[in-house]
Design a protein around this ligand. Structure first.
Ligand code: MLT
Length: 268
């Protein structure tokens, strides 16, 4: 059963989902989605584990507006504050795409919190100049057309070929999540992503077990990039998920959840 709760972090309403009980695993969502993205994995939480999925700052239904500009370190600090509220000192912490960027920022600030790390469909590098130019265009899109215009533009890249052909329900769910978020949260995250530092140097310092996951059909952060990232992580394993694109946990939820459970079972 998935529980939904709201706490106040930094004076702002902040929602999180959780399921199971035991050792904590914290799952951070992609852009421009929210914690609902992790429902398929929360529904499959293995015995002995507690999965916690927060809305990142400014995201989620009813989230309070944040002042721009927001940094990746701000988003990570909110996650750290939630863990304090939940009295979680240490956890397996990970995220998908932007959730991975936040994970890396949290590791930079508080590596003692990590008993394990999950990096799914993400990258350690900062944005390129071309990438930043694309973000500036996306800021105009969200200002003029709101979350619906952002997701219209992004959807073709977020889902793999198989999902676009055979899984219309995934596309509808992604659209529903994106449009439930306030435009201000989306704009704040764009600022955070375009200003984030390169985190490649952190990978060699990750002495905890690490899981790298990637959809075989991910064109935004492709398998070759995941392989390169995994080679820099001292205690890591790589899982490539067949028939999944960038939003691999939504596109192949069983395979993603099994890979998570296999990884966490190596801890107990
Ligand atoms: C995401 O899925 O979170 C985004 O594709 C991340 C990004 O735009 O860099």
């Amino acid at each position: 059963m998935i529980r939904e709760a709201v706490v106040t972090i930094g004076g702002r309403r902040s929602r999180y989902l959780e399921a199971g009980s035991g050792w904590p695993v914290v799952l951070l969502h992609a852009f421009p989605l929210n914690a609902d993205m992790w429902r398929p994995q929360l529904e499959r939480v293995p015995d002995g584990w507690r999965y916690v999925a927060p809305d990142l700052g400014g995201f989620g239904p009813g989230a309070g507006a944040r002042d721009e500009p927001v940094t990746m370190a701000d988003l990570a600090a909110d996650v750290g504050a939630l863990l304090d509220v939940l009295a979680i000192d240490q956890a397996v912490i990970g995220g998908l795409s932007m959730g991975g960027y936040v994970t890396l920022a949290l590791f930079r600030a508080a590596r003692g919190r990590f008993s394990g790390i999950i990096l799914a469909d993400t990258r350690p590098q900062a944005d390129t100049e071309e990438g930043r130019a694309g973000r500036r265009t996306m800021l105009d899109v969200v200002r003029e057309g709101g979350p619906a215009a952002v997701i219209d533009q992004m959807l073709p890249k977020l889902l793999g070929d198989t999902s676009r052909r055979e899984r219309p329900a995934v596309e509808a769910e992604v659209r529903r999540m994106a449009t439930a978020n306030p435009a201000s949260g989306i704009a704040g995250a764009i600022h955070a992503m375009m200003g984030r530092p390169d985190s490649t140097d952190l990978l060699a310092k990750m002495s905890c077990p690490a899981l790298v996951l990637v959809g075989e059909e991910d064109t935004l952060t492709p398998p070759a990039d995941a392989e390169a990232m995994q080679r820099l992580l001292p205690r890591s394993r790589l899982v490539i998920l067949p028939h999944a694109g960038h939003l691999s946990n939504l596109e192949t939820p069983d395979a993603f959840a099994s890979a998570l459970a296999d990884f966490t079972s190596s801890f107990m």
